[in-house]
Design a protein around this ligand. Structure first.
Ligand code: NDP
Length: 234
């Protein structure tokens, strides 16, 4: 079965690994990008998830090329870290708009076709920080915790239509986002990870393709941590 899959922010990092994993199993995969173009072998659609109009246009483009989106992965995300006292309204809202409202826009648009098809797999990429919090990450942690509420509400609304909504909560994964962290912070993080290493983008992709598979048809509203044990107990 070759499904129509859309991964937001699938042009690089975790999103790209997810897109490639779906493509490797024979699905028709599209990724959103904000101007970088699409990686080889994937359909690229230009889309900033902070714009409902761009989200709508991106879906229309994917639908025309691959048919209605059956699997959507809301992966696009940003950080803009600073301590609480220094954080501006704009810094808080900007991160929420991209990570949380953006995921809502994408899931809402995807659900239209999924309801018609009576089939759908929605996966949100959250973070261990959504559960543990992070110093300097009030905005990011709020956005990532919010995804759990979004997914669980969708699971309740759409469960009887054969549509699942789940969350993958990565720990610290080697990508541009974590490369940007200061060296001492990286060491600090690593000391707390039971597995004693960073995760790989492929390890996140494996969890996402599983949740989108037939084998996971009875899993919905779940939060699957892929974090080397960092978030245990939450
Ligand atoms: P990267 O910074 O490597 O990539 C982020 C991706 O999101 C890029 O494709 C970027 O597009 C896209 N993006 C950002 N803002 C928007 C927007 N407004 N509209 C559309 N696309 C956007 O991040 P990662 O691959 O590391 O992270 C992917 C997801 O995983 C994020 O949601 C992140 O929060 C989460 N995560 C990452 C962890 C890690 O350790 N790396 C840990 C836990 C969670 P562009 O190329 O145009 O900038």
């Amino acid at each position: 079965m070759s499904r129509s899959v859309l991964v937001t922010g699938g042009n690089r990092g975790i999103g790209l690994a997810i897109a490639r994993a779906f493509a490797a199993q024979g699905d028709k995969v599209a990724v959103t990008h904000r101007g970088s173009g699409a990686p080889e072998g994937l359909l690229g659609v230009k889309c900033d998830v902070t714009s409902s109009a761009e989200v709508d246009a991106a879906f229309a483009e994917v639908e025309a090329a691959h048919g209605p989106v059956e699997v959507v992965v809301a992966n696009a995300g940003i950080t803009d870290d600073t301590l609480l006292l220094r954080m501006t309204d704009d810094q808080f809202s900007r991160v929420l708009d991209a990570n949380l409202t953006g995921a809502f826009r994408v899931a809402q648009r995807a659900s239209k076709g999924m309801l018609r098809k009576r089939y759908g797999r929605i996966v949100f990429i959250s973070s261990v920080v959504g559960h543990l919090g992070g110093a300097g990450q009030v905005n990011y942690a709020a956005s990532k915790a919010g995804l759990v509420g979004v997914a669980r509400s969708i699971a309740r609304e759409l469960g009887t239509r054969n549509i699942t909504a789940n969350v993958v909560a990565p720990g610290f994964i080697t990508t541009d986002m974590t490369d940007a962290l200061p060296e001492d912070r990286k060491k600090q993080i690593l000391a707390q990870v039971p597995s004693g290493r960073y995760g790989t983008t492929d390890e996140i992709a494996a969890a996402v393709t599983f949740l989108a598979s037939d084998a996971a048809a009875y899993i919905t509203g779940a939060v699957l941590p892929v974090d080397g044990g960092l978030g245990m107990g939450h």
